[in-house]
Design a binder for this molecule. Structure first.
Ligand code: GLN
Length: 592
């Protein structure tokens, strides 16, 4: 239950009407109170305190989640936070990496293609990530090399120390006067060769700052050996030893373990790693990632961090996280959703979609059971046996032709069987192609994305490669031979919603801003034909040239969006499209 006091405050401020999703409205006050001014609430400008987060022993320890949870806990004490990710790999950004390599690419409002950990940060703190919150070795080196070519270094020999490390330090400090805490997570594991310049840079950074402004938090694993029935601390000792050899002494140790770590083992870790016992924080598996802020608070993570800064412990306001955890743990029903995509073997490829569906469930107080259906499985078959048992179907984004026949079949199945459908980016484009082929009678409708061979056109391009568009009052142009990474419509764009449409009802506003990542667009010259056939263009770019949303009014819930709503959804503030989609799934589940 939402605390009666906050709920009644809310009711008073909303004229007594109960909100559709009280969680969202209440959470606005609690989790998104970050003022975007560079001034401290007490009226003076402050520099941030820095927490550097590293990982040791093994990868996949949940560093991103621990960082995000710490951000949420500091915020719950009224501090302004920002989270950053420094990745040692040599790609300039993850934009051109395969989803199988790297998982999802998280796009920011200002158009950066970043690491999926930025999604965690944003989901837990509500602070919109920016281009300057993610950097890789590749980006750092390319900046240094560009400068060298321009002659900026006045003929000096360019070296990792100081040139590369200085570039990293400058990056870390961007916007340091805007927040109280800057949390910087270093990707990879201690011992990786690529990580060394980053570790050297954070060591120097802490040295340059006044004493006590920077702390180091290290995540490790305490494995359990079943044969001897023991938890082993040696890998942690080695990892810390390696860190100390580089000149970094951790202030806080977060120890992931599958068994309870007894006090004597905590003492042992503390002694051997030179960290105070009350700053050795055990971290156990949790029922849901949304328990992380509460779970980390219970084991004393935020207290240990504040203590390391010499700050006093106050009382965080964790009501919203209790409410979220309660809704996750005690759902009042459940729905089954099929995600019909092409990267279904790796859940991380659709990380934000998975989370946004959970948020839709939280808002509607139901558990969302997601099944990943490979769209290639029914390319040649009837999709019905694969899709009949679901309450709703979602077709996510993707690139390339593989699997798209199955996506179109899924859209058609949902359309004809009146099953709620949400098509995101490629999922919208394939729903449009299906409608063009089977409703508007354009038998060879398709996307230009799949017509590679010059002179051999297989499709009528209902989805076409747009080469020019406007951004505010600027005209952006792109050509086919631009860099692969640089040819997309990326980041936040506005859209105007059609009055009286379902989408307007869902958002409750006449205009929206959503994040994009695509090269191809629905061609508006087909608008008349498609609308006559029942597929309405219910949102357009402000200049009226680019279709942003399509819907079928004569269907319980059929919506395609050219953008990625999943990137802006939060557990305490489900994106309206996901909230509406899951509500439609609940209605559908009651029909059967
Ligand atoms: N491949 C499509 C395009 O580039 C869709 C992209 C996506 O789904 N993110 O337009």
């Amino acid at each position: 239950m939402i605390g009666p006091a906050i709920y009644s405050n809310f009711l008073a401020s909303s004229g007594g009407r109960a909100p559709a999703n009280p969680l969202r409205v209440v959470s606005r006050g609690l989790c998104q109170r970050q003022p975007d001014t560079a001034r401290h609430p007490r009226g003076y400008s402050v520099m941030a305190r820095f927490v550097f987060i590293t990982g040791g022993v093994v990868s996949s320890l949940g560093k991103g989640l621990a960082s995000a949870a710490l951000g949420a806990l500091l915020q719950a004490r009224g501090h302004r936070v920002r989270l950053r990710k420094l990745d040692p790999y040599l790609n300039v950004d993850p934009g051109t990496m395969s989803p199988y390599e790297h998982g999802e690419v998280f796009v920011t409002d200002d158009g950066a293609e970043t690491d999926l950990d930025l999604g965690h940060y944003e989901r837990f703190t509500g602070v919109a990530a920016r281009k300057t919150d993610s950097v890789s070795s590749g980006r750092i080196y390319s900046t240094v090399l560009e400068r060298e070519r321009r002659g900026d270094y006045l003929g000096k020999t360019i070296q990792v120390i100081p040139h590369v490390t200085n570039e990293i330090k400058d990056f870390i400090a961007i916007g340091e006067d805007e927040v109280d805490f800057m949390l910087c997570e270093i990707g990879g594991t201690i011992g990786d060769i690529e990580g060394l310049p980053f570790l050297e840079a954070i060591r120097q950074f802490a040295q340059d700052k006044p004493r006590g402004d920077c702390i180091f938090m290290h995540l490790t694993l305490i494995p359990y050996l079943a044969a001897s029935g023991e938890l082993k601390t040696k890998p942690t000792q080695h990892s810390v030893k390696e860190l100390r050899a580089i000149g970094i002494a951790p202030d806080v140790l977060v120890c992931r373990a599958e068994q309870i770590i007894p006090d004597d083992q905590i003492e042992k870790i503390a002694l051997h790693c030179n960290v105070r016992p009350d700053r050795v924080i055990p971290a156990y598996d949790m029922p849901s990632i949304y328990n992380a802020p509460l779970a980390y608070h219970d084991v004393g993570l935020d207290r240990a961090v504040l203590d390391a800064f010499g700050m006093q412990d106050g009382h965080p306001d964790l009501r919203i996280w209790r409410e979220v955890a309660d809704r996750v743990e005690h759902p009042e029903g459940e729905v089954r959703v099929a995600v019909v995509g092409k990267y279904t073997q790796l859940e991380d490829a659709y990380k934000s979609i998975r989370e946004a569906l959970t948020h839709g469930g939280i808002a509607n107080r139901v558990r969302v059971n997601v099944e990943w259906v490979d769209s290639e499985t029914f390319e040649e078959q009837d999709p019905a046996p694969h899709l009949e048992r679901f309450d709703a179907i979602l077709v996510p984004g993707g690139f390339g032709e593989r699997g798209t026949t199955g996506m179109m079949k899924a859209a058609r199945f949902a359309r004809e069987r009146e099953v709620p459908y949400l098509g995101i980016c490629l999922g919208m484009q394939m729903a449009v192609v299906d409608a063009a082929r089977h409703l508007a009678g354009i038998a060879d409708a398709g996307s230009e994305e799949f017509d590679h061979e010059a002179g051999k056109r297989r499709f009528e391009p209902v989805i076409y490669h747009m080469k020019e568009w406007s951004e505010g009052n600027r005209t952006i142009q792109r050509s086919a031979d631009d860099d692969k990474g640089g040819t997309m419509r990326l980041g936040a764009y506005d859209a105007t919603l059609k009055a009286g449409s379902r989408i307007e009802e869902i958002y409750g506003t006449p205009s929206i801003s959503e994040r994009h990542r695509h090269r191809y667009e629905v061609d508006i010259t087909y608008r008349e034909k498609l609308e006559a056939a029942g597929l309405v263009f219910s949102a357009m770019s402000p200049d009226g040239k680019l279709p942003e949303i399509v819907e079928i009014p004569d269907h319980p819930w059929f919506i395609g969006v050219q953008f990625h709503p999943e990137l802006k959804s939060k557990p305490f503030d489900a994106h309206p499209l996901f909230e509406g989609f899951i509500r439609a799934a609940v209605d559908q589940s009651r029909l059967v």
